[in-house]
Design a protein around this ligand. Structure first.
Ligand SMILES: O=C(O)CCC(=O)C(=O)O
Ligand SMILES: [Fe+2]
Length: 248
């Protein structure tokens, strides 16, 4: 991107994990909803469906659902498919420039991709629109631009993800295993000076540009599904939003 970066001394270049919109042009194609998934009925979301943190302007920048959006069975099947595919192709560790996660792209997981698309239409997009409506232009079309399954393992490989900012507009992650499977963990937020731990199937969502990370686990394994979300037709929105929240 050109010309619109922050002009302060903040070391933003070191902290943004992803290319902004140009880097998503290819990856987002995989998440276009098809007739198969758009025939799903949208669930009406209300304030009772989630809890909000970090007030900002007319809304909040971080939310967590008050229950699961993916069933325990769905979560387990996602982990299973990720481990099955990883057994063949390995977990990738080089996909996210400055802040590599040990992950498998969802586009490599056909069942998970199908489940995700269908849930995006029925539950996730309605949820995100409700949560972040104060910041989004009317009639906004959300689109996942990239998605992957991350594995943290205290016994080896990756056990944490250093503080960073995602390059999208909104980010969310879904816990895929039980919080009793590991010690520590959760999504850490600089502005909260705390981590949010969620239960299997629950969702944490946040403005991509706020400083956050994967809090280290000291035992066990933690699996999450991470998605980066952009606004269809508003190519500069992630930079505009980022410039508003980059001190948080
Ligand atoms: O581990 C977490 O909860 C955060 C993951 C994350 O921030 C990312 O993959 O970009
Ligand atoms: Fe992140």
């Amino acid at each position: 991107f050109t010309g619109v970066g922050p002009s302060t001394s903040f070391d933003w270049a070191l902290k943004v994990s992803e290319l902004h919109i140009p880097g998503y042009r290819e990856t987002k194609q995989h998440f276009i909803l098809d007739t198969d998934t758009t025939s799903n009925e949208e669930v009406m979301m209300t304030h009772a469906d989630y809890s909000s943190l970090l007030p900002f302007q007319n809304g909040h920048l971080i939310h967590k659902t008050n229950g699961y959006l993916f069933t325990p069975e769905e979560c387990s099947s996602i982990v299973q498919e990720a481990e099955d595919v990883a057994a063949r192709m390995g977990w990738t560790t080089t996909r996210h420039g400055n802040y590599p996660t040990t992950d498998i792209p969802i586009v490599e997981l056909p069942n998970t991709l199908h489940l995700l698309k269908s849930t995006l239409q029925s539950r996730l997009y309605p949820l995100l629109r409700h949560q972040f409506s104060p910041y989004l232009p009317d009639g906004t079309k959300l689109r996942v631009a990239d998605g992957f399954i991350v594995k943290y393992d205290a016994a080896g490989g990756q056990s944490e993800l250093k503080p960073h900012r995602d390059g999208s507009v909104l980010s969310f992650n879904v816990a895929l295993n039980d919080s009793t499977d590991y010690e520590g963990g959760g999504t850490w937020f600089h502005s909260l000076n705390d981590s949010i731990r969620i239960e299997k199937g629950e969702v944490v969502s946040h403005a991509s540009g706020i400083l956050h990370g994967g809090h280290g686990i000291s035992s066990g394994r933690r699996y999450i599904m991470v998605c980066f979300v952009i606004l269809e037709g508003y190519d500069t929105w992630s930079m505009r939003f980022y410039n508003n929240v980059r001190d948080l």
